[in-house]
Design a protein around this ligand. Structure first.
Ligand SMILES: C[S@@+](CC[C@H](N)C(=O)[O-])C[C@H]1O[C@@H](n2cnc3c(N)ncnc32)[C@H](O)[C@@H]1O
Length: 207
């Protein structure tokens, strides 16, 4: 399956929408955001790392989904949060491609027992995991409009009431429009604006 990469064109998909707080008051002992080696490869900002690491503190034991593994930054951050704040928890991380360097990175950060690798499309994974209840889904795979809408509609039914969906790159026009489409007149989901951190927007399932 070929990823639609039209979202990479700034002309087609301008980065014009507002971003949230730059920083997040992370209280973890493991100051993961300080890791210079991790910062170098981070597609997520320091504020976003600080927030994502505390999501397991806020949502507790259970299942977390990371759509779009790439080198595994967001999955590793969630796994670190689970290791520090939860008794039990797993990150189901989904990608069509798993490069050796992403496996090495999980090994390096000692999170292999917390991350379950799902090597398939996000659509296929939602079907394979349809009986699993999730605390949290991070939508960061294909960023074109149709794909973000599809990821939300495939995965949001798997989130328990009180659980969250977070979207990444919400400053981008495609993601922004996809969020407007799925959230307008949708009384099952409420935005938690206090957790709009940089390019991450957070929505809670309320019914
Ligand atoms: C922006 S990167 C993810 C970054 C990652 N969350 C991180 O923090 O490092 C997007 C990834 O999504 C994957 N991807 C794109 N479309 C996909 C799909 N439909 N199903 C599964 N993976 C997909 C790509 O292979 C790519 O590795």
């Amino acid at each position: 399956m070929i990823e639609d990469r039209t979202h990479r064109s700034v002309k087609l998909n301008p980065r014009k929408h507002s971003t949230g707080a730059v920083d997040y008051p992370n209280t973890s002992k493991d100051r993961f955001w300080d890791e210079p080696s991790f910062q170098k490869i981070a597609l997520v900002s320091v504020g976003e790392i600080k927030f994502m690491q505390e999501v397991p503190k806020l949502l507790g034991d259970g299942n977390y989904a990371n759509l779009g593994h790439s080198r595994g930054r967001s999955a590793i951050i969630l796994a670190k949060g689970i290791q520090e704040w939860c008794d039990t928890g797993l990150v189901y991380s989904v990608d069509v491609e798993w490069a050796k360097r992403s496996l090495d990175l999980m090994h390096q950060h000692d999170v292999r027992d917390v991350i379950k690798k799902c090597r398939c499309s996000t659509n296929r994974a939602s079907k394979n995991l349809s009986k699993v209840s999730f605390n949290f889904v991070f939508i960061d795979a294909d960023h074109c409009y149709d794909a973000v809408v599809a990821d939300f509609s495939d995965w949001s039914p798997l989130v328990r009431v009180g659980g969250w969906v977070c979207f990444h790159d919400t400053n981008q026009d495609f993601s922004h429009k996809a969020i407007e489409t799925v959230m307008t007149d949708n009384d099952e989901w409420v935005e938690r604006t206090e957790y709009h951190i940089d390019r991450i927007r957070t929505f809670e399932r309320v019914k």
